[in-house]
Design a protein around this ligand. Structure first.
Ligand code: SAJ
Length: 423
């Protein structure tokens, strides 16, 4: 199956690493993106997203001539659609990028080609949305054109390792399509590849992220309960997880990213009357920034006038530069709406934010409260002495159970922990 030509539509977090992976495994890859800047950068061997080691792999792929980028598709043996599927304001899947990507490839399709949808999509998308568009090619779907869904399952920050080593699901619109797609991914996948139907693969992907979201909601609910009854949720979770069949997740200031905060809505959209726990979990997780604000109000209730809150970390999770759906951005918006708060921010990964200070100590100047919002590795050794020296009131609110309480208290701070109630 080597030396085959693959056309990847969408050169983002999934399309670009996938292109580089095929290209460094002997395939000829045509990368397509509607954004000309991405195309120009890629052809220079540069990347526009941050992901460990991706730059090295992309450079190798471009230099070898195996990966070239364009703004329009070209003829190929296989087409992979890896474009965004965000949600609209009213929590419905926005499939416009999938539709335009599919329409874009129709003129280039020929007998024997494979088309794979990798974008996370509501159940039914491949058969009900993609296939009718591909039929415009005049090819017999499943016999002359092989079609399926193979969702990406990689974790930002570990994409290259997980692309190769994770197990993969391939859902075909028929058995032959599934087998053809499986053989294609075998080029670089070391994990198991499981074959199923397209609709099952779609449901698996959305349910994997829903599983995690619902479990985080359970942890967040437990955190609020523990605050109420005056115990420490982190101790409860730690001890519960000593049970061989319990795996409680971690509470926090909310759930972000383009996956967990989005995909559960794809299931709710299809079956709103049945997906009750799923919708409620989304609401619980979405309400966490509001809960963090209520805790901030409580910590600072005795301070008169304008209070300054310094937020450490704004990305949706640690050690990456991604702020999509970040609950910390939501928290900042909530604080922004209040005339009694002044805000400063420090995030080592995000230099451009309007409240970003040049360093942690500058962000702490005249502050009344530090909020540890993201557990970046960089925050392991906070300059507590210098922070405490420049602060007005020495309060520290840890929303991730990340810091050492004693170190912080030893530097004269009052330490507050999300999920810990006072008796
Ligand atoms: N979070 C918690 N508590 C936890 C775990 C996570 O509050 O116990 C929060 C994080 O702080 C973050 C959010 O959840 O805001 C999501 O982070 P994540 O690391 O759980 O996941 P993502 O969104 O970066 O990647 C997920 C992964 N899915 C699963 O682990 C089931 C990944 O494998 C998928 O490929 C990816 O979604 C995707 O693209 O769908």
């Amino acid at each position: 199956m080597k030396n085959i030509k693959i056309c990847v539509i969408g050169l983002g977090y999934i399309g670009l690493p996938t292109s580089a992976m095929f290209a460094t495994h002997g395939c000829q890859v045509i990368g397509v993106d509607v954004n000309e800047k991405v195309v120009v950068a890629l052809n220079r061997g540069e990347i526009t997203i941050e992901e460990p080691y991706l730059d090295i792999m992309v450079q190798a792929a471009v230099r070898s001539g195996q990966l070239k980028a364009y703004t329009k598709p070209r003829e190929a043996d296989a087409f992979i659609i890896a474009v965004p599927t965000p949600i609209t304001e009213d929590k419905k899947a926005d499939m416009s990028c999938v539709i335009s990507a599919a329409e874009m490839i129709v003129p280039y399709l020929k007998k024997g080609n494979i088309v794979i949808l990798e974008s996370t999509s509501p159940v039914g998308t491949t058969e009900e949305l993609l296939v009718p568009i591909l039929e415009k090619s005049g090819l017999k779907i499943g016999e002359e054109l092989y079609v399926g869904h193979s969702p990406e399952r990689v974790l930002p920050g570990r994409i290259l390792w997980e692309l190769v080593n994770n197990n993969r699901i391939v859902g075909g619109i028929n058995q032959k399509s599934a087998e053809m797609i499986r053989d294609l991914y075998k080029i670089f996948v070391n994990g198991e590849i499981y074959i199923t139907t397209a609709a099952t693969a779609e449901m698996c992907k959305t349910m994997e992220n829903t599983y995690r979201d619902v479990n985080i909601a359970l942890a967040n609910e437990l955190a609020m309960i523990c605050e109420k009854v005056g115990i420490n949720v982190w101790e409860v979770i730690n001890l519960c997880n000593k049970h061989p069949r319990v795996n409680l997740h971690q509470p926090g200031p909310g759930v972000g990213g383009h996956c967990l905060a989005v995909d559960p809505w794809f299931i709710v959209e299809k079956t709103p009357d049945l997906a009750k726990i799923i919708a409620l979990s989304r609401e619980t997780n979405d309400s966490m920034p509001q809960h963090v604000l209520a805790k901030i109000d409580d910590i600072l209730k005795d301070i008169e006038g304008i209070k300054k809150v310094s937020i450490l970390g704004i990305t949706y999770k640690p050690n990456i530069d991604d702020i999509r759906e970040s609950p910390i951005i939501k928290l900042i918006e909530l604080l922004d709406e209040r005339i009694d708060y002044e805000i400063s921010v420090y995030d080592p990964y995000m230099k451009a934010h309007k409240y970003q200070a040049k360093d942690i100590v500058t962000a702490s100047e005249n502050s009344d409260l530090i909020v540890l919002a993201v557990n970046h590795d960089d925050f392991n050794n906070l300059p507590l002495q210098d922070m405490s020296r420049v602060m007005r009131n020495k309060n520290f609110f840890d929303t991730r159970n990340f810091c050492n309480r004693h170190d912080i208290e030893n530097k004269g701070f009052k330490y507050f922990l999300l999920g810990e109630g006072q008796k």
